[in-house]
Write a protein that binds this ligand. Structure first.
Ligand code: ZN
Length: 447
């Protein structure tokens, strides 16, 4: 098994991530978070929110609706250009994203360019391709009372999309925020939430799924200062990823995206790549979106998106620096960095070396023996004490102590607290460290 498969297996076994709709045999490109996955995901999102919103005075939060007025996607260019190059094998009818099965081409590949790569079908091995067609990745739906026998025009009038990015929920609220709290430039608006992309071939576990959670900031700046602000944001991302989330510096690689590969709205994009178990993949992006979005909104809505400088009275449409990160991508980076196999007492051990601020539980409390009422009673009281103090504390009295340690290692609990007969006399407990497996004697009051 590859390391990614090991992680997928651990995620299912321990309740981090399950295949979506698992009971019905799954549903491609969807994943469900289990009891432990939810805690880890929430901690990652909370750390981001604290770092970029709560601990700063220049970034504010918003939470916009997922289904937005379809004009949003016309103005943003998504209706016209949010598409991947789809190619169909004429032999077996399998459909692929052309730029993912051939080397040296990008999303704007033409049929001729693709055919020149002489790529064989990954399913049947033949080389007999149809033309490249643009496949729009937005999920469409109908809003309001649309019936199956309504004519096409009625249906089309009511078409709406699940948002393909959270960013537009921010841009469309720029004016509302500006008119209500009058922030000084530069200022940012941050949002966390679901985004949907109808990927042609979802793959690589939660890396390329059809429904994902994004954390995005639109940082509004004076056009003359975009380069400085881009640099400031770039450094902040490193600080967050390395110091707060604990990802190793040497596994994060920056890559300046050439103009031909950049999204239609960007004048400069830096991709932050991460060394995942199955190779280097995008972790997050930092894009200079110019005034593309606000100018489009101003044109389409007829409402001014201009900012007036309070001191100089200068008016202009702000430019935007956008750090955008997928929660699932960060989640997998955290897990794959933490996933470790080592040997303890000549036995193979799987351990998640999660940073303490992200581990689902800080402590696991258990009685040495579960059939001794006095030990169980004391352990319960220690458990309650620690829960009051830290909240993220778990209880385990299943199996023997060795098995409990293994289980807690696999879910990344940094410390196991064990109550034995000495505890009854001197109020000390054994604290066993996840990473070193060393045991120390500690006073309960010092935990
Ligand atoms: Zn084929």
């Amino acid at each position: 098994m590859s390391k990614l498969e090991d992680i997928v297996s651990l995620c299912k076994r321990r309740g981090f991530v399950f295949p979506g709709s698992d009971v019905y045999g799954g549903f491609a490109g969807t994943w469900d978070f289990g009891p432990l996955g939810v805690i880890l995901k929430k901690k990652i999102m909370d750390e981001w929110w604290k770092f970029f919103v709560e601990d700063r005075e220049d970034i504010y939060g918003i939470d916009a609706a997922i289904i937005m007025n379809p004009k949003t996607w016309e103005a943003s260019g998504h209706t016209a250009t949010f598409a991947d190059p789809l190619v169909e094998c004429k032999e077996c009818k399998s459909r692929f994203r052309a730029d993912k099965i051939a080397d040296g081409i990008n999303e704007s590949v033409t049929t001729e360019e693709f055919l020149a790569t002489h790529t064989k079908c990954p399913v049947c091995g033949k080389e007999n391709w149809g033309p490249i067609r643009k496949f729009n990745m937005m999920f469409s739906t109908h809003v309001g009372a649309v019936l199956p026998d309504d004519d096409k025009e009625v249906a089309e009038k009511n078409i709406a999309y699940l948002r393909p990015e959270t960013a537009q929920g921010i841009f469309t609220n720029y004016k509302n925020v500006y008119d209500t709290i009058y922030p000084d430039l530069p200022f940012g608006l941050a949002q966390q939430g679901k985004a949907f992309r109808n990927e042609i071939s979802p793959r690589d576990f939660i890396l390329r799924d059809r429904e994902c959670s994004q954390m995005e900031i639109e940082y509004f700046v004076h056009p003359d200062t975009w380069e400085d602000n881009f640099e400031t944001m770039r450094k902040l991302q490193h600080e967050f990823l390395e110091n707060t989330i604990g990802l190793p510096k040497d596994k994060i690689h920056e890559y300046d995206v050439p103009a031909s590969d950049r999204a239609h709205y960007s004048k400069r994009t830096t991709d932050f790549m991460y060394d995942y178990p199955n190779g280097e993949e995008e972790l997050m992006g930092l894009a200079y979106r110019t005034d593309f979005d606000l100018s489009n909104i101003q044109r389409e809505s007829g409402k001014s998106m201009e900012y007036r400088d309070k001191k100089t009275n200068e008016t202009f449409i702000p430019h935007v620096i956008e750090p955008s990160i997928g929660v699932e991508r960060l989640f997998l980076a955290v897990l794959s960095n933490a996933y470790t196999e080592d040997e303890v007492n000549n036995e193979k051990r799987v351990v998640l070396k999660l940073p303490e601020n992200l581990a689902p539980y800080k402590f696991c409390v258990s009685p040495l023996l579960k059939n001794k009422p006095e030990l169980v009673e004391k352990a319960k009281s220690v458990y309650q004490q620690l829960r009051t103090k830290y909240s993220n504390v778990t209880w385990d009295d299943s199996g023997n102590i060795g098995k409990r340690y293994r289980k807690q290692d696999e879910i990344g609990t940094p410390k196991c607290v064990v109550i034995d007969y000495d505890t009854l006399n001197d109020d000390t407990v054994t604290v066993r460290d996840r990473d070193t497996t060393k045991q120390t004697r500690v006073k309960i009051a010092d935990l």
